[in-house]
Write a protein that binds this ligand. Structure first.
Ligand code: PML
Ligand code: MG
Length: 266
């Protein structure tokens, strides 16, 4: 059997700024359908229709495919985005990220982390101690790429998420992305909230806690969102980390636990 996969990547822009992206790893038989779905996403985005769509398709030989497992997922219900950010802050602090680094990441995401004050296409790399930004290009950031679920794992995940009313592409794709990011030993934690104005949820993730989501990490209608990957800055091999996040191919074939929603208690 031919186990080669195609890495399919989409990046869409509108009015010269990042609009939408997507990542798939699919067999030849599914490539056309997967490509059409990503083009549709770029044309039907809540922030408007794309005016540039870049697609990249690369064959990945079986020997280059790593296999992995999803992080466990849980949801904490919060009263509003302020309480959501407080809760995420607490968990990040407990995970060893300094207060200053958490505040810096939240301030950057809230104000638009790209130099023009808009959402970035990729993520910030933040020193977990000093809060300094470490990515080489602060307009682009680091784009976690080339990861997906096997069809069997995807079906299992969709069934488990469906039981919690969470089977949507935001949750599935963010969970896959965070699982790749936390597979890098240099990354201590991730923080994200959406840049889509009609989607208020976000999450923090660590290897120990898994993917911890909050239905509200920003107000409805807000377009600024993004991601921070917290790293230990001392002795960091930044090029090695970025090469793993952007180039290594990770096919996730095992799902984690999908917990029910609980009220956040301070
Ligand atoms: C995005 O798709 O814009 C990021 C969504 C992050 C939160 C997804 C969730 O768990 O609801
Ligand atoms: Mg988005």
């Amino acid at each position: 059997m031919d186990e080669s996969l195609y890495s399919l990547r989409m990046h869409a822009r509108r009015e010269s700024r990042h609009l939408s992206g997507g990542e798939r790893l699919v067999g030849a038989a599914d490539l056309e359908k997967a490509t059409a779905a990503l083009v549709r996403r770029a044309l039907e985005h809540p922030r408007g229709r794309a005016d540039e769509i870049r697609l990249a398709v690369d064959l990945v030989p079986p020997a280059e495919i790593r296999h992995g497992r999803l992080l466990d997922l849980r949801t904490y219900l919060v009263a509003d985005y302020r309480q959501g950010r407080q809760a995420a802050r607490r968990l990040l602090r407990d995970a060893g990220i300094s207060t200053g680094a958490v505040s810096a990441a939240m301030d950057w995401i809230a104000q638009g982390a790209a130099p023009d004050g808009r959402a970035m296409r990729g993520a910030m790399l933040i020193d977990a101690e000093s809060g300094a930004r470490l990515e080489a290009d602060p307009a682009r950031g680091v784009r976690a790429s080339r990861m997906d679920l096997t069809p069997t794992a995807e079906a299992e995940l969709r069934a488990r998420l469906g039981e919690q009313g969470l089977d949507n592409s935001h949750v599935r794709e963010a969970l896959v992305l965070a699982s790749k990011v936390l597979a890098a030993p240099q990354v201590l934690a991730e923080l994200c909230w959406s840049d889509d104005p009609d989607y208020t949820a976000g999450y923090m993730a660590t290897r120990d806690l898994g993917y911890v989501r909050f239905p509200q990490l920003k107000p409805l209608g807000e377009e600024r969102g993004g991601r921070a990957f917290f790293v230990r800055g001392a002795g960091l091999d930044r090029e090695g980390l970025v090469a793993f996040l952007e180039q290594a191919v990770l096919l996730i074939d095992r799902i984690g636990t999908i917990g029910g929603a609980e009220e956040w208690r301070d």
